[in-house]
Design a protein around this ligand. Structure first.
Ligand code: TRP
Length: 327
């Protein structure tokens, strides 16, 4: 089964992204024909600093390798390196009803937040995403819940193209990660951990030990003393327990038992130790790769070549089906 997913280059990976997305990718790569893309063109729908942008993109690639994506098992590449993405997106634009784009939750949210920069790219964002997915004739798309609407659009576009021009695209399905992997903010546990919130609210995958300790120490807990999972009454402790359980591979029940009768501070101390122990090797890998730019670029090149050979072939078929003139 071919799978495909993408991630924007902006913002360092936090443990929420790691537990909720990239860790799942590292498992999937073992038994799927896997493609992972850094969505730099999608990131342009928000303002980017041209002096930093290429570095940001390369760092994201290094981050993905550091958390365990293995270039021998999957292709990792940068969206803007494969010109077929934007070409196919244009064609898909002509198949997509405007109303469907205007109804997208993410478009509405993003344009409400960015009143000063409601660009057309924000609206057509999911069309480019459909092109990303369909260009590789993808069957499964590992994503979080917030992307389901976008995958549905990709399915609609595939159906429409297939019925108008002849069947070439499979209808891709979202492969959702398990619900338990949703990590909340450390400061406002009612909200999802997000890279756009305050730095204290999230823990970076490559963060230093001292800073991890500080953040966990000041993470919001709840009234009472019990270390018990109860997402409604004890959202702070429940979130920390979830993090503990996912990093330790212990069930929530086992973790509760381990800390039964203990103080919050004791639990937090163990969580800090666990995080530091689990994240240190990733940090080390990243440091090593940061110093090997040539090698890193070389593997990025290989991913690009793999992606391009498929993208080119699909685009040839698309042009032929549509009836664009060939000489
Ligand atoms: N929109 C996705 C996100 O912000 C990133 C993305 C771009 C993507 N293209 C994709 C995800 C294709 C899955 C498939 O998370």
């Amino acid at each position: 089964m071919r799978i495909f997913s993408g991630i924007q280059p902006t913002g360092q990976l936090h443990i929420g992204n790691y537990l909720g997305a990239t860790q799942n990718w590292t498992e999937l790569q073992n038994n799927h024909d896997s493609f992972f893309m850094i969505a730099d063109l999608h990131a342009l729908t928000a303002l980017q600093d041209p002096k930093e942008f290429s570095k940001t993109t390369l760092s994201k690639f290094i981050e993905l390798l550091s958390v365990g994506l293995n270039p021998e098992k999957c292709a990792i590449f940068v969206q803007s390196h494969i010109k077929e993405h934007t070409e196919l997106a244009w064609i898909f634009n002509t198949l997509t009803p405007l109303g469907e784009l205007e109804r997208m939750t993410q478009f509405k949210d993003k344009s409400a937040k960015n009143v000063k920069n409601i660009n057309a790219g924000l609206l057509t964002y999911p069309v480019l995403q459909a092109a990303d997915i369909l260009l590789y004739k993808t069957q499964g798309v590992p994503v979080g819940k917030d992307q389901i609407q976008h995958i549905e659009l990709a399915r609609n576009i595939a159906k429409k193209f297939n019925s108008m021009y002849g069947k070439i695209f499979p209808e891709p399905e979202a492969l959702l990660v398990k619900e338990g992997a949703k990590i909340m903010s450390l400061t406002e546990p009612a909200r999802k951990m997000s890279k756009s919130d305050s730095p204290e609210s999230s823990i970076g995958v490559f963060e230093e030990a001292g800073s991890i300790q500080k953040k966990i120490r000041s993470a919001v807990t709840d009234t009472g003393k019990e270390i018990k999972y109860d997402a409604k009454k004890k959202p702070g402790i429940s979130n920390l327990l979830t993090i503990y359980s996912l990093f330790s591979d212990e069930s929530l029940a086992q973790a509760e038992k381990r800390f039964k009768g203990k103080e919050y501070s004791v639990f937090k101390k163990s969580l800090v130790d666990l995080l530091i122990k689990k994240l240190a090797p990733l940090r080390k890998k990243k440091e090593e790769l940061d110093s090997r730019e040539l090698y890193v670029k070389e593997i990025l090149h290989q991913g690009e070549e793999r992606a391009r050979s498929i993208a080119k072939a699909t685009m040839e078929e698309v042009r032929e089906k549509i009836g664009l003139l060939r000489l």
